[in-house]
Design a protein around this ligand. Sequence first.
Ligand code: FES
Length: 153
Amino acid sequence: RPPRPCRACSSAMSKTPGGGEEEGQYHEVEYKGEKLRVKDGELLRSSLLRASLSPHNSLAQTINCRGLGTCGTCAVSIQGRVSPAEWTAMERARLNFPPYSNDNNSLLRLACQVRVQGDLKVTKFDKFWGQGKEETRDKKFTAPLGELEYILD
Ligand code: FES
């Protein structure tokens, strides 16, 4: 049976690392000048880490809560459809706590709390938590804990 195209974005048969084919719906995530193909429903933080593109800045690449939603260092600005569409309880708690405030939190989501549901444009801002105003384009990064980075997926 041929793959069914998605109305909102791309959908197709995909080659798996083992060379087989896997049916599923994929979306395009644009981040730091790269375009990633991400499976529908994948956690945004995990998809970025798997592509060696961290949602964390500088030391926060090592020092973070690994997706618990408590540290706030994976905060990014997202254009496009994610699930849930509104802040989770963890996001409400963390993004209303310093260094975030009503002045700088309205466009942010925690990458560890949202699942990709459509094509996205994701922006990371500077400073430790990503609370700055300048877009950061720091590139390639290898998650220090390997597969343990995804233990909460
Ligand atoms: S990784 Fe800590 S809040 Fe997302």
